[in-house]
Each structure stands twice: as C-alpha cells, then as structure tokens.
Design a binder for this molecule. Structure first.
Ligand code: UGA
Length: 429
C-alpha cells in the first residue's frame, strides 16, 4: 500500500518507518525544510533507540520518502495519517490548530478514494471538525473516509511497541475503511478493536489517564509508607502481584512527565468540565504528581538544611531514559525549585543535554556522572538511565564534598550505599 504520515515526531516517524519496513511505500510530510533535508540524509530530529538504522535501511530501499509537498503523497495514498502534536493550551485543552491546518492541506490534495486517519491524541469530537474541513476543501471527484487510529507507543521503546502493541484501535463505522486499515495492520499480531471515532478517541485518553493514575497511586502509597515507616517499594511489589492490579506502572518516583500523561490528564479534566462534570479523581492525580517534584526538594532541605550555596549534582534530565525528550520533565521543576532555594546545580544526561540547553536553566553541565559528582554536597538521581545503574560509587564518594544521595527512582540498593558510607534517601523507602 501507499501510506502518508503528516508529522515526523516520536509517533509519526516511528510508525512511518515501521510501515515502510513492512514493504509499504511511505511518504512523510514535514514543514521545516532543514529537518526534511536532514531526514533525506538519514539525520533524525529525535533520538529513539534503533530508529536511525531502520530509517537508513528503508531510505536505501526507496520505501521512505521525506518531503514538504502534500502532493503526490496524499494523492497516491491509500491511507493518510495525521501524526502532528496537540500540545496543551493554558486551559488544559489540547491545541488542535496544527491538526486542523494539516487537515485542510490534506483535503485540497485528495484524489480518488483515501482514508484519512488521526494518530494524534485528539479530544472526543475532533473527528467532526476534521471531517467538515476535508469535505469543504476536497476536489469534487475525490472521495474519503475518516478514522481515528490512536497510538499507544512509548518513547524509548517505540519501535518494539509499534511492532507488538497490546491492541490496535480502529475508530470508524465505514466498512471499506475498516477493511483497508485491518489489511494495513496485518503484519502486526494484536487484537483489533473496531469502534466509533468518539470511542477510539476516548480509549486513548482513558488509557493514558489510567496509567497516570496508577503512578500517582504508587507515589501516594510511597509517601504514606515513608510516614508510617513501611517499605513502600515492598508494599507496591506486594500489591502489584495481584493479577487484577498488575505490577507495571507502579514505580514511585519524581512523578510522571513527558508530552503525554500531563497533557492527557489535563485534557480529560477539561473534557469533563465542558460537559459539567468535575473530574476530581484526576485533579488529585495531577496534584499528587506535582507534589512529588516538590518532595525531592523537601528531602534535599532535610539533608542539607539551607540549600543556599550548596552544590547539587543532577543525574538525568530527560523525562524518562532512552529518550532526548525534555518536555515536562520532572528534572526541570526540581532544578528550578532548587535554584530558588539558592542551590548551585550541575547536571548530566547521556542524551538530552542538547535539548535541555534549549530551556533557559541557570545550570552547568557535566561531561559525565563523575564530573557531575565533583565537590557536590548532594547527588540527585532523576532519570533512571541504565548507565547510572553501573556507577562506581567508591569513586563517586572520593569526588563528592559530602556523600549524600537522593535516588528518586529507587534504582540503588540502600544497604550497599549505606555500607559505602553514603547517606541514602529513596522514595517510599
Ligand atoms: C505514554 C504511554 O505509556 C503510551 O502508551 C502512549 O502511547 C504515550 O504516552 C502517548 O500518548 O504518546 P510515554 O509518555 O512515552 O508513553 O512514556 P511512559 O513510559 O508511559 O512514561 C511516562 C512517564 O511516567 C515518565 O516520566 C516515567 O518516568 C513515568 N513513570 C512510568 C513513573 O514515574 N512510574 C512508572 O511506574 C512508570
């Protein structure tokens, strides 16, 4: 089949490349000349493990075409996916301006019969707006069906998640579109949920919000465990062994971040508000989440007292490991709060430093974890990159001014670190 993706972010580029790898002829349309020129040479605008190699392979095979031009991709395609960003606006609602403007460009370039499908996370009801635009601008003889095909991949494991999803959701009542979309997804072995646009859109928001809720639950239990003198990690392990609950997404930490959970929780609250429903459950999920970032600063004060003039090393800046994505990363809030208290910050991240530098943070960057620990009064692990799991703590201890560590992801063995002479503080432990 011929397939077009509008957008080359974590969703668009990964899904497009995987579909090209299945043997489809794929167009990826962007709007920045420099990025498209780079993509044609195999230089990616994002970091995602394994993606660079897969893009190069499919570029070489001639199945992946990067372009600024909506024709011929849209005109030739069986399916056109909208995979552009829907960042939050101040009210918490998703900003649909890019989705709606690309819908207009797609509509104008339609020819024959094409399925237009949204992969972007959009609030329930967006389908009607997109369909209206497509209908009003399309050439007279062009025909289209519209579908919502939400994406469930995670950054850092995006290729594997695309190849092995838990389900494929196809939101359209149109039988012809259902058949084509099922055929396109045939190489992926996963249950298919066929439903309406509205239900598909709400499945995506509800799934992300439930995962966010699970994390806030884990963080609240961790906090209570600290207050009661219980081992929160063991409590959550014990809870997660119940198959009805499951042990995934139950790790306490500095709170969830990224471009999805924070935005989607806010959008769900806002969707409720629009219909007169106050979603207090998710207001609490958000409050608990942002409190976790403040908790790290409270723990720092408990260890060091006045933070003014204290040197604090931050290990990890991205919102999770294996990505360069800094959007709504807990590290940003934690660093700014520590700076407000007068601390001097030095930070290190294996991949995200270049993206971090685009955010105005008054900090210094270290060249590795050891450089980050030099003369530090306190080391705070914020992102659980694998390379931080293998740190030589004997060496770290000789470098630090004071051997204090806050392990916000509970990746270290507290007993081991205590034996080495560290003052160790985890989350919920
Ligand atoms: C999330 C969802 O997991 C995907 O299914 C979805 O497709 C994606 O959003 C999206 O809407 O595009 P992502 O944000 O890439 O994926 O990453 P996650 O692995 O879900 O992590 C999100 C945040 O939760 C990270 O900050 C992570 O550190 C945090 N987290 C995760 C915890 O604090 N504890 C956990 O137990 C799990």
């Amino acid at each position: 089949m011929t397939v077009t993706f509008i957008g080359h972010g974590y969703v668009g580029l990964v899904t497009a490349t995987v579909f090209a790898d299945f043997g489809n002829n794929v167009y990826v349309i962007g709007h920045t000349k420099e990025k498209i020129d780079n993509l044609k040479k195999g230089i990616l605008p994002i970091y995602e493990p394994g993606l660079s190699e897969l893009v190069k392979k499919n570029l070489g095979a001639g199945r992946l075409n990067f372009t600024l031009d909506y024709s011929p991709g849209v005109a030739e395609s069986d399916v056109v996916f909208i995979a552009v960003g829907t960042p939050p606006i101040s009210t918490g609602d998703a900003d649909l301006s890019t989705v709606l403007s690309v819908a207009e460009k797609i509509g104008k370039n339609l020819k024959n019969y094409t399925i237009v499908a949204t992969k972007s996370t959009v609030p329930t009801g967006t389908n009607k707006k997109v369909q209206k635009i497509l209908e009003s601008v399309k050439p007279k003889n062009a025909d289209f069906s519209y579908a919502s095909v939400p994406e469930f991949l995670r950054e850092g494991t995006a290729i594997d998640d695309t190849l092995h999803p838990d389900r494929i959701v196809i939101g359209t009542n149109d039988k012809r579109a259902q058949e084509i979309l099922i055929k396109l997804h045939e190489p992926i072995k996963a249950p298919v949920v066929i439903t309406t646009f509205e239900t598909a859109e709400l499945i995506k928001y509800s799934a992300n919000s439930f995962l966010a809720l699970k994390i806030s639950y884990a963080n609240a239990i961790a906090k209570l465990s600290e207050l009661l003198g219980a081992d929160g990690v063991k409590v959550l392990d014990g809870v997660g062994m119940d198959k009805r609950i499951g042990n995934l997404f139950l790790s306490p930490g500095p709170g969830y971040g990224g471009s999805c959970f924070p935005k989607d929780v806010r959008a769900l609250i806002s969707l409720g508000k629009d219909k007169g429903y106050t979603f207090t459950l998710f207001e609490d999920v958000e409050n608990i989440n942002y409190q976790m970032r403040r908790e790290i600063v409270i723990k720092s004060r408990n260890i060091l007292g006045d933070l003014s003039g204290k040197r604090i090393g931050i290990l990890g800046l991205s919102f999770k490991p294996n990505t360069d994505d800094m959007r709504d990363s807990p590290a940003i809030d934690i660093i700014n709060l520590l700076i407000n208290d007068g601390a001097e910050i030095v930070a290190y991240d294996p991949i995200a430093i270049e993206n971090a530098k685009k955010i105005p943070l008054s900090i210094n960057y270290a060249k590795d974890e050891y450089d980050c620990a030099k003369d530090a009064d306190l080391l705070i692990l914020v992102t659980d990159w694998n390379e931080f799991k293998k740190i030589d703590f004997k060496k770290i201890k000789t470098l630090m001014k004071k051997p204090n560590i806050i392990d916000s992801r509970n990746i270290y063995d507290p007993e081991n670190l205590k034996k080495l002479g560290f003052n160790y503080v985890g989350v919920g432990r």
